[in-house]
Design a protein around this ligand. Sequence first.
Ligand code: UTP
Length: 298
Amino acid sequence: MQVKKAVIPAAGLGTRFLPATKAMAKEMLPIVDKPTIQFIVEEALSSGIEDILIVTGKAKRPIEDHFDANIELETNLKSKGKTDLLKLVEETTDVNLHFIRQSHPKGLGHAVLQAKAFVGNEPFVVMLGDDLMESEVPLTKQLMNDYETTHASTIAVMQVPQEETSKYGIINPEGQVEKGLYNVKNFVEKPKADEAPSNLAIIGRYLLTPEIFEVLENQAPGAGDEIQLTDAIDNLNKTQRVFAREFTGKRFDVGDKFGFMTTSIEYGLKHPEIKDKLREYIIELGQELAPNENKKSE
Ligand code: UTP
């Protein structure tokens, strides 16, 4: 069966970005000029996904509005001949989007469970806005390609520094079925560096079979007293095979302030409108911040 549906959980509290996220979903925070959730929607579409469900919390309106037509704005831009801006505003409206509310943020697993009726009995992908991925073949598409041969759940993973394993779900790999596609013995949520079975960390893309919902319905809260998707995947792996695909492209972690800032800089350095000015600014700032460093290299 073909994978056609994606679920984007966007109902978390976003506490790492307070106060910005007091009244706004963190998925609406822009990287230069585009909300992170738009990058995710674009990855889904370029992978061939046809229907997208966004799981929202209290800050649902701005996300819904972002992907809807804004007649007043469009009329204004049209009358002023601002066709480039008009194109940017219109390009977000032609997407098959659905919304559902997670009334209490009981964890990522619980957010995914809200998609049960939307997904039905099909394989689907889960895409998190915390990670922006850059690769020739979009990571979601890579997972979909794997599914065509494995017909099983496949989770995207990436090597992280050993001292950072406690920030991630980590896999215990058990050999590769082909280059970069691992069998998984078990999944461990946020292990300490000296207890981690590997440094292959789960990043924000999952291809899941619909049996995950049955597991999630019976999943007890785990770390942080939240219903963890990693725990449910570990349980799913006990009844059917779950694979891990190693991502070798570039990952931008926008889930915390530091990653968000560095991603904004890197994307800014590629943005046609500001890249030259930003580059100049960074060089000048570097000289200001570390004048002696620069002298040393002269
Ligand atoms: P995070 O743990 O990164 O998001 O969850 P968070 O809880 O909003 O962030 P902090 O830690 O408080 O800063 C990963 C993804 O899962 C969604 C989030 O919106 C994010 O995209 N999520 C998390 C939900 O949709 N519901 C939840 O109950 C928890």
